[in-house]
Design a protein around this ligand. Sequence first.
Ligand SMILES: O=P(O)(O)OC[C@H]1O[C@H](OP(=O)(O)OP(=O)(O)O)[C@H](O)[C@@H]1O
Ligand SMILES: O=c1cc[nH]c(=O)[nH]1
Ligand SMILES: [Mg+2]
Length: 208
Amino acid sequence: MRITLVDHPLIQHKLAHIRDKNTGSKDFRELMSEVSLLMAYEAMRDLELEEKEVETPVARARVRVLSGKKLALVAILRAGLVMVDGILKLVPAARVGHIGLYRDPETLSPVQYYAKLPSDIAERRVFLLDPMLATGGSASHALALLKEKGATGIKLMSIIAAPEGLERIARDHPETEVVVAAVDERLNDHGYIVPGLGDAGDRIYGTK
Ligand SMILES: O=P(O)(O)OC[C@H]1O[C@H](OP(=O)(O)OP(=O)(O)O)[C@H](O)[C@@H]1O
Ligand SMILES: O=c1cc[nH]c(=O)[nH]1
Ligand SMILES: [Mg+2]
């Protein structure tokens, strides 16, 4: 499994504020959105281009524009939603799908309560968005669902990953490329990433 660590200084700086428990929901949301945009810049480095010509005010110019497969962003609810708007600033024509999952607090297994995907998901390049990759159960479930619908070449974008989550994805979906901004130390007894940032959904929406 290919792992891309996007550890640009701007991302590390923003991540420092995101991790800080004194950062409130408004700043937390904005910073998560900005980090997602910066990560997407790297995650989309291999998008295909094709040549065409345009007229500048001075002369004809050979230019390159995006070609190939159309894109889909698929957010794992709730926390993945915070990544969508920032990335849409880069690729406004991408379609957006949603998969609703929550972790059962006892078993830590994902429970699905919703799924709505673009009907042509199999023809699109898919970026699966969830800021936290902890046990990897949620992302693995979502990847299985996307593959069942015919999606291939899926990239998983997670802001913070635990080694346990990366191992789970490597085992269940070894063909997946994972793009992360940080790999933390471990999970605690409640399945939270250490040091992590706490519960992403609760910090985004102020629901603790
Ligand atoms: O890798 P895992 O062990 O599956 O954990 C990661 C999941 O946990 C969080 O969701 P949560 O269950 O808190 O739902 P929420 O986003 O609605 O709060 C997070 O947003 C991931 O989806
Ligand atoms: O640390 C964690 C683990 C799972 N989900 C979160 O939001 N945070
Ligand atoms: Mg949560």
